[in-house]
Structures are given as structure tokens and as C-alpha cells.
Design a protein. Structure first.
Length: 157
């Protein structure tokens, strides 16, 4: 696993919940794909300077949610993909992710305009950006082509 996980000792949220939330986000967004093996409990606990029981609880919570599967000797692997979320669940999770990103950006002292530019830049760099459906079901590529046609039509008048 090559993603960075963090636990903030100053955050009032329990460490197992901070870790659970980060891993759930990575799984639900597809960053951690189906079949990805998570680090062993002892290894992750040592890496994050946590008790093994904290990491074990995180993994149990993820397993209860159907996001991972733990097997003796085989370890813990991701079992869910982001595409399994319903539209309403996906929108709710997106709202949570966006709110968290905005909160973090505000802590950095970023203005609203800087936050918008950063998000737009991240969207441009994002893999699969042309396949994401818009509100009307059209892809980003379709929407962009439509905007370009509208600009050309407007300039021709």
C-alpha cells in the first residue's frame, strides 16, 4: 500500500475512527482497489505509532461495513469498489470529502478562489476525468465540446 495515512493526536476523534475514515475514503473512491492487501495489523500499528488493538479495531469496523475481508494467514484485503455506491450514497460521500478538503484548505489559509483553482487543477489531473457523468448524464468531454461549440457560435455572431 503506497498511500499515506495519518493519525492526529490533537484531534478529539479516536485514532481508530480517524484511521477507519481514511481507509474507507480510499476504498470508496477506488484509490484502494478491490483485492488490495492492507498492511498487517502489527506493521501498520508500528508505522503509525498506535497500539495493535487500535488498528485491529479499525480493520474490524471496515469488515463490518463490508469494505475489507480478513482471513487468517491471508491478511486483510479490500472487498468493495467505489462503483458499488448508490447515487445518493456517492453524493453524500462526495459532500463529506469536499467539506473535509475545504476545511483543510481553510486551515492552510487558502481563499475561496485558491480553493476553487486547486480543485479545478486536481480535476484536470485526475485519471478518468472524461468519463465522469455530469448532472444530465453527459461526460465531461461532451460538456467541454458543447461549451466550445457555444463559444464558437457566440463568436461567429
Amino acid at each position: 500500500m503506497t498511500v499515506e495515512l495519518r493519525v492526529d493526536g490533537n484531534d478529539p476523534t479516536p485514532p481508530y475512527e480517524q484511521l477507519r475514515r481514511q481507509l474507507a475514503d480510499l476504498i470508496e473512491t477506488g484509490t484502494l482497489a478491490d483485492g488490495t492487501r492492507l498492511p498487517p495489523v502489527r506493521q501498520l500499528a508500528a508505522d503509525l505509532a498506535l497500539a495493535t488493538g487500535t488498528v485491529a479495531r479499525t480493520y474490524r469496523e471496515l469488515e463490518k461495513a463490508g469494505l475489507v475481508r480478513s482471513r487468517r494467514a491471508a491478511g486483510t484485503t479490500v472487498t468493495a469498489r467505489h462503483s458499488e455506491l448508490s447515487g445518493a450514497d456517492r453524493r453524500a460521500r462526495l459532500g463529506e470529502v469536499a467539506s473535509a478538503a475545504v476545511a483543510q484548505a481553510r486551515l492552510l489559509g487558502a481563499s475561496e478562489a485558491e480553493i476553487r483553482r486547486a480543485i479545478e487543477s486536481a480535476l484536470r489531473r485526475s485519471p478518468g476525468r472524461d468519463r465522469s457523468p455530469g448532472r444530465d448524464g453527459s461526460s465531461s468531454r461532451d460538456q467541454s465540446a458543447s461549451r466550445n461549440r457555444s463559444r464558437r457560435d457566440h463568436e461567429a455572431v
